[in-house]
Structure formats: structure tokens, C-alpha cells
Design a protein around this ligand. Sequence first.
Ligand code: SF4
Length: 257
Amino acid sequence: MRPYIFNLQHFSTHDGPGVRTTIFFKGCPLRCEWCHNPESQLFTPEVMTNEDGSEQTVGSHYTVDELMDEILKDELIYDQSGGGVTLSGGEVLAQDRGFITDLLSRLYEREISVGIDTCGVAPTRMFEESSQYADFYLYDLKFIDDGMHRRYTKGSNHLVLRNLEALARCDARILLRLILVPGLNTDDDDIESTMLWLKSHRIPIEHVDLLPYHTYGMAKYRKLGRPVNIFDIPSDDLVQRVRNTIERYYEDVTVGG
Ligand code: SF4
């Protein structure tokens, strides 16, 4: 099935190096309680009702040609800035295999850098195949503990960890992204066990980016008529403490993209 896209953002500077076009695919296998793009979760279009009662349909089809037309508008800027395209979501690797492979190979032929922003829950062959074309992966790891992963994202982390190992075998460039939700995954023990797992499985992490939980986007739950959970926002001290712990394992750590 041709994927739906819910946002296409030009001049993005937080989704990998340089200036990028980020394409947000609609549909995700997880249901993270803190998700700030709840409109990305269903694989089909849906209606958001604004405060003034007006309605907006989220999700439209594009052909690969149409996407390429949008992407090529900024080709010069990618060259000048060292940027490219980031495929995000939702979960891009859980979308139609033929469509994604076609898009990736077209970008590869044009020598446009591609980053894949992933939650890790997609068929392993999608990771292996995409690694032939992708320049790097922005890989979200939410919990190393499967029980916590199941409770707060409604899915197991087994595939997340297996796909991380698959990417390591493919020599992919992995930029790890860790969402920080106080009390859920920010204790020293949580961070230490995550780092130890990565080291013991020889996952070559090029960079770690810490993403402190925030409440932007929560109004979208109301517009979709869905309940929302609000968590505490991590303090600067907490974020710094996590950063210090991770820096004992990896040199290149940043906060917030
Ligand atoms: S993986 Fe990302 S897009 Fe999917 S539910 Fe979680 S936060 Fe939202």
C-alpha cells in the first residue's frame, strides 16, 4: 500500500547534518505515551479538529516522483551545507517495502545523503536493505528493559535491539537518540545498563543525542480526541547527570539535536 505522508519539512536542521528535507511517514507500530506526534501513529489519514471547530485531514499520498520533485528543489542547499534528506515518521521502515526501496535508490542515484530516523520496530530485512542506500540512522532507544518498553510504548524492545545488531553487522553509521523521561529511563541504573548492553554487543555508536521529554504537541491529542499522559520535564541537572554517565562510554554526546 502506498504510504501516507503527514508532513514534509524543508530546511530542517535537527534531523542530521546540514540542511535537510525531512519527510514524515504516517504510521508507527509503537504507541509511546509521550509521543509528540500522535497524528503519526495510524497508518491511515485522520481528522484533527481545531479549537475554532475547523477540521484538517492529516495524511496524503505522494508518488515517488512527487517526493523527488519536492526534494530536488533544495538540492543546491544540500550540497552547500552537507545536508540531504531524512526519512522520518511514524516509522519509515514499517512502510511499503517497494515504495521505500524505490525512493531510497532514486536518492542514492542522485547522490543525495539519506538519514533514516527509526524507532527500530520494522522487519530486519528493511534495515539490511536500506543500509545499502542510507548514509546514517537516527536510532531511538527508549528502554533497555523489555517490561518498561512494553508498558510505555505498547511494544517489545526485542526487535529494536535485534535491528540495532543487524545495522552494526552492516557497518551502518548509527547516531543514537535517547528520549529522557524522568523516573522512567533516567536513573543511573537505566543509563548504565543501556551503555553496557551497547558495549557488550559491540554496537558502533557514532554519536549520542539526548532528547529531554517536552510537552510540545500535546494539544494535538485533544484535536484528535485522544487521552494524553503528561510526564515531568527533566531538569537541567538531571540531563547533565545522564550526559556525564554516557560520556564515560561515548565521547560525542549532545542534548536536543
Ligand atoms: S516511536 Fe516515535 S512516532 Fe512512534 S509512537 Fe513512539 S514517539 Fe511516536
